[in-house]
Design a protein around this ligand. Structure first.
Ligand code: SAM
Length: 217
């Protein structure tokens, strides 16, 4: 049974992840049984990773057994689905520097899920949470220097040939520039650092002026 299901709902695709903690919700998602297995609905308007998958990101980049470094977990909406995707043999290292949301993440996600390790830390200093080498780095920190921060983390913690998923919020980088321009500039930074950029996926209509860059090291 896959940990990610795609279902057709009246001509639209809905995403579901296999619930690692059956009976428990993380936010107000629906719990749904399929062949006696419980799944959680994954809302693309609340999760940029779900939005990117619906807009064409390959759906097997985060998979069973993967180790994922997640920068900017916030309260853990998306991180909880990543935890479902990697399953009990995988690991999610979740980093968040804002104490209030980090507390919510610890209570509602990390304490409930054995495959999640929380760090209340600044993503600018990966030495604070360098537990192991990662298969995937997912970065969603909405900072002007987020690409540089993602690269620092990849240099220290991403395995050779690993995957970087970088969320770019154009307005966090430059409010005046055309978002397409900003996405192209951030792409170039990754290429100059030796990354192979596979796709740049704009997230509208789910998120305005955001893109997710998929690159491999
Ligand atoms: N990824 C989350 C989700 O899908 O549910 C939403 C993340 S929100 C856009 C960005 C988060 O990154 C905020 O919670 C913010 O506090 C955090 N953040 C920003 N800069 C950071 C840094 N330097 N280190 C750690 N966390 C940071």
């Amino acid at each position: 049974m896959n940990s990610l299901l795609k279902e057709d709902r009246k001509g639209r695709t809905a995403l579901l992840t296999k619930n690692l903690t059956p009976g428990k919700r993380v936010y107000n998602e629906d719990l749904i049984l399929r062949d006696s297995v419980e799944y959680r609905t994954w809302d693309p308007f609340r999760s940029k990773l779900a939005a990117a998958i619906l807009k064409g990101l390959p759906d097997d980049l985060v998979r069973e057994g993967n180790k994922v470094l997640y920068l900017g977990v916030s309260t853990g909406t998306t991180a909880s689905h990543v935890s479902d995707l990697v399953g009990s043999t995988g690991l999610v290292v979740g980093v968040e520097f804002a104490p209030r949301v980090a507390r919510e993440f610890v209570e509602h996600v990390a304490r409930q899920r054995k495959n999640v390790i929380p760090f209340v830390a600044d993503a600018r200093d990966p030495s604070k949470y360098s537990v192991t080498t990662m298969d995937v780095v997912y970065c969603d920190i909405a900072q002007p220097d987020q690409t540089e921060i993602a690269l620092t983390n990849c240099q220290k913690l991403l395995k050779k040939g690993g995957t970087l998923l970088l969320v770019v919020k154009a307005r966090s980088i430059d409010v005046l520039k055309d978002p397409k321009h900003v996405f192209a500039e951030e792409r170039l930074k990754l290429e100059k650092a030796g990354f192979n950029v596979r796709s740049v996926i704009e997230l509208s209509p789910f998120e305005k002026d955001h893109a997710l860059i998929f690159a491999t090291s």
